[in-house]
Design a protein around this ligand. Sequence first.
Ligand code: F6R
Length: 612
Amino acid sequence: MCGIVAAAATDNVVPVLIEGLKKLEYRGYDSAGLAVLGAEGLERRRALGRVAELCARCEGLAASTGIAHTRWATHGAPAEHNAHPHISAGLAVVHNGIIENYEALKAELLAQGYQFSSETDTETIAHLIAASLKIQPDLAEAVRLTCQRLKGAYAIAVVAEAQPGRVVVAREGSPLLLGVGERGYYAASDTSALLQVTRQVIYLENGDLADLRPDSLVIRRIQGEAGEAVSRPVVLSQLSADAVELGQYRHYMQKEIFEQPEALANTLEMVGGAKSVQPGLFGAEAARLLDQADSVLILACGTSSHAGMVARYWIESIAGLPVTVEIASEYRYRESVPNPRQLVVAISQSGETADTQAALRHARDQGQPLTLAICNVAESAIVRESALRFITRAGPEIGVASTKAFTTQLAALFLLTLVLAKLRGRLSEADEAAHLQAMRHLPVAVQKVLALEPEIAAWARRFANKQHALFLGRGRHYPIALEGALKLKEISYIHAEAYPAGELKHGPLALVDREMPVIAVAPNDHLLEKLKSNLQEVRARGGELFVFADQGCQLPADDADGVHVLALPEHYGPLSPILHVVPLQLLSYHAALIKGTDVDKPRNLAKSVTVE
Ligand code: F6R
């Protein structure tokens, strides 16, 4: 993953680089570093851990040209000598991505006498550029020739002591955009890092290289003998600086959980007060393309795949179309049977997840042209590569644990369900209007669930010291149990498993004893009585139960006897998963607070998994 910032300007860019890294820290936080071209020539500072550590090492540093990086380790352990930038012969490089042929390139460079001081693939790029500069003294051209030899994914930024006032950047696969500021040109992995200097941005295409100076910008293609010059439009980013500030909240995750009513309202804005839902919500061609679909294949990773699993219950029961949900990293390498009439839905918050992007391409290359992206980032690769699209309007999600992106994905998937059902003549006008009415009420309904925070925080105190937890759900709430377990694992480091409750007796019940808290998602639906029997099985083995029930579930609490029940304010029919995930988000957040973990940046993880 990693985050990159670069600047070629007329004033001191060190504060801009540092501030940009802080905004990109969610992409990786194993180490941070920068290199600038200052009065003393090329100067590099690196630090293990957070940007704050790096900041302390940059006191007194000033320069008008520089590159910076925050790292999520892939090749080489998190260690200072592996931190970027990497240096060779007076030039410095930062890199986001993975160079797949770096071993062959490294062997070649070692044979030429280059010495390596890290275990990273990036150092190979630095030496390759240094070697190219011996033949081709122009930095941009030397970088271009180097890029032609790289296989894999990269976004890079390069400065060279011999060519002050200049930064060269290039991208293939990994995200990179440019900022057009009043005092110069900038580059970064995402817009949030550049809002401090400009909202005017240029999205580089894959295979673009840009030569940045304080007063000029040239973009060229990497491939081709001469590197054809290209122009890319300047667009005004709609992202507001406030959207990426923490404000009154302690953590981004907390902020994002509480932003869900607004995120849902924004996502549903295009439905407005309408009594019917139109295919056009998914793109101009949607009516024609969606009408051809005889089945649905959903591709996603992590939390986004849980949204896909909920959608399977919706689409099959309401639209009557068969649905398969595949983990993208598995599907991309599986020999599957292509079906040209299958609608392929890629779900991704970032739109840059390498596995999801590759799975989408794999489906398309196999002859499945009906593709739809459900994504939170309009300019992302997955959106650009799909025939149809729905952009959730969750706003920037900074916390590594996904929350508001998930609930807005669910809202988008429910709209898709309605559109598919309507195209197939399976939705009466009355049902359509009722579903839309329920969707419009979602922001208010979620707000009421958020009001349960004090009770949920008290529950978190009861089990934050446990080693393990079991999450149970049935039907469309089984994926919600999976999502609850994932949230708990990733931010509180408590081992958690989720099961469809009916599966308990087939194995996991053996784990249940007094030390095993069991968290149950218990909506008031047709599976409630079955679930109640499953919960009895847990009680009979002494397990402590934490049940999120709906009103009217008639599940009496007995706190003294280890049965804790919290009733959600409303019963919500098919949309109930959107409500039931919220207490689970709050539960894991509060458990993590008690454990004192780094909620927004859990160990070993990063947002936007742009590597395989
Ligand atoms: C979990 C989480 C991850 C992401 C996954 C996919 O809280 O955030 O599991 O859901 O990495 O990311 P996107 O949705 O950006 O493709």
